[in-house]
Write a protein that binds this ligand. Structure first.
Ligand code: GH3
Ligand code: MG
Ligand code: MG
Ligand code: MG
Length: 311
């Protein structure tokens, strides 16, 4: 194994790698029992602008994964208490890491043993020692592809908010968290009023733009921890952790007013509104129940004249 290089060599490497990175903050997890090796790889990847966390044993791995979601994992094959293959299998069994690329980084040069490791669930095999710029490129290419696929998988194609499947999954996670920490959680269903008329009068492309404007406004105005997803057609789910029903109604009502004032561009500019139903999570209730309650509130909001939020 190549020992950590001289300072000049490290600085040279940093200089060479700088032009590419810095902007994308790729999250890399390095699992290697040898701390110095992990540190060396970390220094290389950090100098290319990546965010790196290291684990040198199984306890560290557990605690790192509790607060860090890697976009690629570099995994040593030879570890004192566990084999890299077993670790790869265990990692891929976790929901969050189901499809994260796992790249073995090992001095093993025997092709048969490399293949055996890959069969256990790794995606690729790189051999140590590895050239710094090769390591950076190998990591960057795979992590970018993972990030892109994940974006397509989780987001709605038109509005870029979460799609139905992912917002529902996240709602489930937030409900569990709320229950665990005994904190408030409120869910809203928002539905554009008389949206069919926009399509009929101004065309579908204009309708699409209205949906994009609405989601952009929601993204701008809501807090970072709030989650927005497309439930269906012109219906959106907003998940507001740590917000009571009263607080959520207040946030969303300001957004409702702003939206109602927007002049949408078309041959004949027009205004449009939305209605919403809000429900605060009751400990232990099912996802289906809370969504039903929000939907019933939405139904009342429509019934009572639209352009309003009820809970
Ligand atoms: P209400 O106030 O009762 O909600 O009336 P509405 O017209 O908004 O509701 P309705 O469910 O009758 O119509 C929803 C329309 O949304 C019908 C559908 O064509 C349109 N729609 C659904 N998804 C899209 C989309 O992605 N783009 C566009 N332009 N229209 C969409
Ligand atoms: Mg090792
Ligand atoms: Mg609707
Ligand atoms: Mg509607």
């Amino acid at each position: 194994l190549r020992a950590p290089t001289s300072l000049t060599e490290v600085l040279d490497t940093i200089e060479r790698l700088r032009p590419h990175g810095g902007d994308e903050n790729i999250r890399v997890l390095i699992i290697d029992d040898q701390e110095s090796v992990g540190q060396y790889h970390e220094a290389i990847l950090q100098s290319a602008g990546m965010r790196v966390q290291r684990a040198h044993n199984i306890d560290q791995l557990d605690s790192v994964l509790q607060q860090f979601t890697p976009e690629i994992i570099l995994l040593d094959l030879f570890l004192p208490d566990w084999s890299g293959g077993e670790v790869a299998k265990a990692l891929h069994q976790q929901m969050e890491l189901l499809d994260v690329p796992i790249v073995f980084l090992s001095s093993e040069s025997d092709r048969e043993l490399q293949l055996a490791a890959l069969r256990s669930g790794g995606d690729d095999f790189l051999t140590k020692p590895i050239k710094p710029d090769f390591l950076v490129d190998a990591v960057r290419i795979r992590a970018r592809r993972y990030r892109e696929l994940r974006r397509i998988m989780l987001n709605d194609g038109l509005t870029s908010v979460y799609n139905r499947r992912s917002i529902l999954q996240m709602l489930g996670q937030e409900m569990a968290r709320s229950q665990r920490n005994n904190t408030a959680l409120t869910v809203a269903i928002i539905d554009v009023d008389h949206f069919k008329k926009v399509n009929d009068t101004h065309g579908h492309l204009t309708g699409d733009l209205v949906l994009k404007t609405l989601t952009q406004l929601l993204k701008q105005r809501l807090r970072r921890s709030d989650l927005i997803g497309r439930y269906g057609g012109e219906e959106f789910i907003v998940v507001l952790p740590d917000a009571s029903k009263v607080q959520a109604l207040k946030f969303l009502d300001e957004i409702r007013e702003t939206f109602a004032d927007i002049e949408h561009l078309a041959e004949q500019p027009f205004k449009i509104t939305f209605s919403g139903g809000v429900a605060e999570y009751r400990m232990g209730e099912s996802q289906r129940t809370i969504l039903e309650r929000a939907d019933q509130a939405l139904y009342r909001a429509k019934h009572e004249g639209r352009n309003r939020l009820l809970g």
